[in-house]
Design a protein around this ligand. Structure first.
Ligand SMILES: [Zn+2]
Length: 359
C-alpha cells in the first residue's frame, strides 16, 4: 500500500509522479498505490521556522502535551509540515516522532535575563550562569538553542541587551561547542550588531539591523527570520507602553516603520530569509501564509523567493529532505500556481504528512 500524487512539482517545475511509501518518497511506481491527486502544484511541505507550540494563546505555558499537539495541528492543516520551535517552557521530545505532528527542529527553553522577559516562559539566568545554561538547553532541544538577546530594560525605559555583550558572545560559542545552532531574539540595533558578529546562526526579528550588519550576515551566511506578522504588532505594544515607557514606545515604532526596507535590503544582499510566524502566545497558529504574503507585499520578495523561504529552502536549512527519491513524504498541493498568485497558499487542496493525507 502506498499513495500516489501527480502534478507540477516545485521548484523543478516539472509534471511528475511521486509515490509515497511509509513516510518516504519513491520515484518508482508502487503497484496498488492510491492516487491522492493527479493535478495541481506540489510543494515540499511548508516550514514555520519560528513557532511556539509550547505556549498557549495568551502567553501561558501549556500544561499537557495534548495542547502542543492541538496547536501544531492548526499549523499542519495549513500546510506547515516542519516547525522550528523557537523555545518552549514545556519539554516534549516525544513529539519528534509523533505521526500527527509536523517534523520538529526544537530549541529547549528560551534562555532569558532575570525578571525582564515574558513571565514563566524562559530559564532566567545572570551572566555568570549563561554559558552553562545554554549547554543544558542545547541538550534539551534537538539541535537549536534560543537566546533572548534583548528586551525592555525598565530602569532605562528602552530596549537593552539581555546581558553584557561579551557574556552573550561566550554563550554563542558554548552552544556551538555543544553542537547546537543558536537562534537569537533581537529587536534593537546594538544587540543585533554584536550577536551577528558573535556568530549566531539565525537572527529572529532583526528589526535593528544596519546595512553593515546585513553585509556581515551575507558574508557569514547568517539566516534572518523576520517574523513580519509579529513586527506588525509593535504598534500595539508601543501604545500599551506609551504612558510608562515613552522612549521604548517611540523606539518600537521606529523599528517597525523601517522594517520592510530592512528585510528587502537583507534579501537583496543575499541573506537567507525564512518564513516564521512567531505563533504561540500573542500570535495565532496557522499564519505562515500571512507571513509569506507580507514578505512578498511589504519586503518585495518575488513569489518564487517566498516559496523557497517557506518550503524547499527552509527544509534544506533545517535538514528535512524534500521530494526526492528517499526524501520525506511531506507535501502540500495547490489547485493553482502559487508563483502566479501567492494568495493560493492560504488554501491548500491537499496536505500529506509522513505519507498520510491530513487534509
Ligand atoms: Zn518567538
Amino acid at each position: 500500500m502506498g499513495l500516489h500524487v501527480r502534478g507540477v512539482v516545485l521548484p523543478d517545475d516539472e509534471i511528475r509522479d511521486l509515490w509515497l511509501v511509509g513516510d518516504r518518497v519513491s520515484l518508482e511506481p508502487v503497484p496498488g498505490a492510491v492516487t491522492v491527486t493527479d493535478r495541481g502544484f506540489i510543494l515540499p511541505g511548508l516550514v514555520d521556522a519560528h513557532c511556539h507550540i509550547g505556549i498557549r494563546p495568551g502567553g501561558a505555558p501549556i500544561e499537557r502535551i495534548d495542547e502542543a499537539r492541538a496547536l501544531a495541528a492548526i499549523d499542519r492543516d495549513a500546510g506547515v509540515l516542519a516547525i522550528r520551535d523557537a523555545g518552549s517552557p514545556y519539554p516534549y521530545p516525544e513529539l519528534d516522532d509523533d505521526p500527527d505532528v509536523p517534523r520538529l527542529a526544537r530549541a529547549g527553553r528560551h534562555v532569558a535575563p532575570v525578571r525582564r522577559y515574558l513571565r514563566d516562559i524562559g530559564v532566567e539566568v545572570e551572566a555568570p550562569d549563561l554559558a552553562r545554561t545554554i549547554k543544558e538547553q542545547a541538550a534539551a532541544g534537538n539541535g537549536w538553542v534560543k537566546l533572548v538577546g534583548d528586551w525592555i530594560d525598565r530602569d532605562s525605559g528602552d530596549l537593552a541587551p539581555a546581558w553584557d555583550l561579551d557574556a552573550m558572545a561566550a554563550a554563542v560559542a558554548a552552544a556551538h561547542e555543544a553542537g547546537a545552532r543558536v537562534a537569537s531574539h533581537l529587536f534593537a540595533e546594538d544587540s543585533v550588531a554584536a550577536m551577528v558578529r558573535a556568530g549566531v546562526d539565525s537572527v529572529e526579528h532583526g528589526t535593528g539591523l544596519s546595512t553593515e550588519d546585513i553585509d556581515e550576515m551575507s558574508r557569514r551566511g547568517t539566516a534572518l527570520v523576520p517574523t513580519m506578522v509579529n513586527v506588525a504588532t509593535f504598534g500595539g505594544i508601543a501604545a500599551r507602553a506609551e504612558d510608562k515607557f515613552p522612549g521604548y514606545a517611540a523606539h518600537m515604532r521606529r523599528l517597525s516603520d523601517r522594517f520592510p526596507a530592512v528585510v528587502a535590503a537583507a534579501h537583496e544582499a543575499g541573506v537567507p530569509i525564512y518564513v516564521g510566524s512567531d505563533a504561540g502566545g500573542g500570535i495565532e497558529h496557522g499564519q505562515a501564509a500571512e507571513e509569506m504574503l507580507l514578505l512578498h507585499e511589504k519586503a518585495g520578495m518575488s513569489t518564487e523567493d517566498v516559496l523557497r523561504a517557506a518550503s524547499w529552502g527552509a527544509r534544506a536549512w533545517l535538514g528535512f529532505p524534500g521530494l526526492v527519491d528517499g526524501g520525506l513524504a511531506d507535501l502540500v498541493v495547490y489547485d493553482a500556481d502559487p508563483r502566479a498568485d501567492l494568495f493560493i497558499v492560504r488554501t491548500p487542496s491537499h496536505v500529506v504528512l509522513r505519507g498520510r493525507v491530513v487534509r
